[in-house]
Design a protein around this ligand. Structure first.
Ligand SMILES: Nc1ncnc2c1ncn2[C@@H]1O[C@H](COP(=O)(O)OP(=O)(O)O)[C@@H](O)[C@H]1O
Ligand SMILES: [Mg+2]
Length: 136
């Protein structure tokens, strides 16, 4: 079962800190440890920045994931920008079509449990990340 927690619109630089705050607050409310929370916030920050820089802005949806034996957090980043012709290339460390370091997408993927990138030229971009709460 997915339970919607927050919806954040990203149109300006100021919205990036709103995304970080929202992800951090939601992760805390689900009892994530500090390390997992930091990883989620860092990944979300990179993806929201990409959405703004390359996608012309978009929306971030944060959901609680609930399965029979585990709880998780998913954040989905969706924009209606130009999309990407080659998602594998975009995920390659060091590739940037702008003047970036090219570590955002690959880095975000390494920081979370689940990572989905769906993009086509002219069809916008959707990136979804999820991490499960670790049982202590
Ligand atoms: N939302 C997006 N819409 C279109 N292209 C994107 C989007 N996000 C990432 N990209 C493409 O993927 C490349 C790699 O992204 P990233 O790893 O974050 O590196 P950087 O932001 O430093 O360029 C970007 O340079 C851009 O070409
Ligand atoms: Mg980036």
């Amino acid at each position: 079962m997915n339970i919607p927690l927050e919806l954040v619109s990203v149109q300006t630089d100021d919205d990036l800190s709103r995304v970080r705050k929202a992800v951090s607050t939601c992760a805390s409310s689900l009892s994530f440890d500090v390390m997992s929370r930091t990883r989620l916030v860092t990944a979300a920050s990179e993806l929201a920045r990409n959405m703004l820089k390359y996608g012309g802005g978009g929306v971030v949806q944060i959901e609680k994931l609930r399965e029979s034996s585990r709880v998780g957090l998913r954040a989905t980043f969706e924009d209606q920008g130009p999309g990407m012709a080659d998602t594998e290339k975009a995920l390659t460390d060091g590739f940037s079509s702008g003047r970036g370091l090219g570590l955002g997408l690959g880095g975000a993927r390494r920081l979370v449990d689940e990572f989905l990138l769906d993009s086509q030229p002219g069809r916008g971009t959707k990136v979804s990340i999820a991490t499960w709460v670790r049982n202590r």
